[in-house]
Design a protein around this ligand. Structure first.
Ligand code: NAD
Length: 430
């Protein structure tokens, strides 16, 4: 029997080495060891197939300053079909973070059975400090910098942290201008008017809530009357909060970058949304207590949904969480150490690679509808999404029970196993 941890596992991959990349690789290594994964495939999966780094200038609105910014597009795996993954605008964007996110996209697509490999992209900027005109110029220049990499048959971006359907429309327009004809299929998560899909905007939040329902049901609990605290109030968090409220749950807290609002009896999610739209921030929302983002995580509730940023539940605060379930809307919100503490405390964690897969699932629907020029109703999209999420949840949960592991390990075993099998079938060129 060979040593279960090969020597190359201890050699840092310097180009990518950041905390988030280390977390993604540690999850892969732990799972590969447990599965007895073919070492050649294991080593291959630890680094992305392609990583593109660009720096480019962009002109501020004063037309005096020209700033240089950094952008990335990483394609982790080209084995399964085109690559797929969001574009993130955030000050934490770097090569390691983008690579970790692309790796999680690979597992995610394999878990829900989509014909894509993982990719991710981003620009290191703070979008909140830029005007819409500046964001448009940056987006168009970034698109032209990565134009040879993306395309409807090769690599298809989508929205992520700090980007939205307007950003996707600018990418689609820039790409189409260069090609000389409209290419809606180059992005998903675009507005309906230019080929977007019904239900895409809420898809990630809807998928998260399907997982909450399944996790509660599995333990004989009901969504109606359950209490849910949600970190974030952006695309994923707001949709999750709205759908949870529609299903009779009490949403006891939500937050934005500056902090959150808390009401144990349950917030009126629509009123909170109207306040945010009018004021631009949650701060000052009447009729609820202010909480910090750190305090929100420790509120008593049935279900905690981190749906903002990574590295929120750590070895430092995992002991203090007072929820029974963590359902990860965000990517990478829980550290390896926190995962072990929560497992030992009996808190069920539904991992990001399963819980937030609703977004890429409806992105896939959008891509299919666009390529056939045949569009579905919102009811059809939502029904197909829920059925895929339920199937994936049960496959993961059955695997967890059969192998005596937690849901994250089971999801990784399924995702990595499917990718490894495809790689084995295709073989090595030449
Ligand atoms: P978003 O930009 O629409 O919203 C982000 C939310 O997080 C906002 O409420 C913002 O105020 C808050 N936030 C930003 N920085 C923060 C900080 N430092 N501390 C606390 N809160 C902060 O982004 P989104 O699309 O909702 O993405 C949220 C998470 O979900 C990300 O991890 C993303 O990768 C993941 N995700 C998104 C999608 C999607 O379809 N958009 C799909 C899968 C996973």
């Amino acid at each position: 029997m060979t040593d279960p941890t090969p020597d190359w596992c201890s050699v840092p991959n310097l180009e990518w080495d950041t905390p988030m990349y280390r977390l993604a690789v540690a999850q892969l290594d732990q799972t590969a060891r447990r599965m007895g994964l073919d070492e050649n495939i294991w080593e291959r999966l630890r680094t992305p197939q392609r990583a593109h780094v660009v720096s480019f200038p962009f002109r501020r609105d004063d037309y005096e300053r020209v700033m240089t910014v950094f952008g990335y597009r990483v394609q982790h795996l080209l084995t399964m079909g085109p690559t797929k993954g969001g574009i993130r605008y955030d000050l934490d964007v770097n090569l390691g973070e983008t690579t970790a996110l692309s790796m999680w996209m690979t597992w995610k697509c394999a878990i829900v059975g989509l014909p894509f490999g993982g990719a991710k992209g981003g620009i290191r900027i703070c979008p909140r400090e830029l005007s819409q005109r500046e964001l448009q110029r940056i987006t168009r220049r970034y698109t032209s910098e990565i134009i040879e990499l993306i395309g409807p048959d090769t690599d298809i971006p989508a929205p992520d942290l700090g980007t939205n359907e307007q950003v996707m429309a600018w990418i689609m327009d820039t790409y189409s201008q260069q090609k000389g004809f409209a290419v809606p299929g180059v992005v998903t998560g675009k507005p309906i008017e230019i080929g977007g899909s019904h239900g895409r905007l809420e898809a990630t939040g809807r998928g998260v809530i399907s997982c909450v329902i399944e996790a509660l049901r599995h333990r004989g609990l009901d969504m109606a009357g359950s209490t849910i605290a949600i970190q974030g109030f952006g695309n994923v968090a707001r949709a999750a909060a709205t759908i949870a409220q529609q299903l009779g749950a009490r949403v006891v807290a939500v937050s934005d970058v500056a902090g959150g609002v808390h009401l144990p009896e349950g917030l009126d999610v629509y009123a909170v949304g109207e306040w945010l739209d009018a004021q631009g921030e949650l701060k000052g929302y009447p009729g609820a207590e202010p909480v910090t983002n750190a305090e929100l995580l420790e509120l008593p509730c049935d279900v905690l949904i981190p749906a903002a940023i990574q590295n929120q539940i750590t070895g430092e605060n995992a002991h203090r969480l007072r929820c029974h379930f963590v359902v990860e809307g965000a990517n990478g919100p829980t550290s390896l150490e926190a995962d072990a503490i929560l497992r030992q405390r009996g808190v069920i964690v539904v991992p990001d690679i399963l819980a937030n897969a609703g977004g890429v699932t409806v992105s896939y629907f959008e891509w299919v509808q666009g390529s056939q020029q045949f569009f579905w109703s919102e009811e059809e999209v939502n029904a197909k999404l829920i059925s895929i999420m339920q199937r994936a949840y049960h496959a993961v949960s059955e695997k967890a029970e059969r192998e005596g592991v937690d849901l994250r390990t089971a999801a990784l075993i399924l995702g990595i196993g499917r990718v490894a099998e495809a790689k084995r079938r295709r073989g090595v060129f030449p």
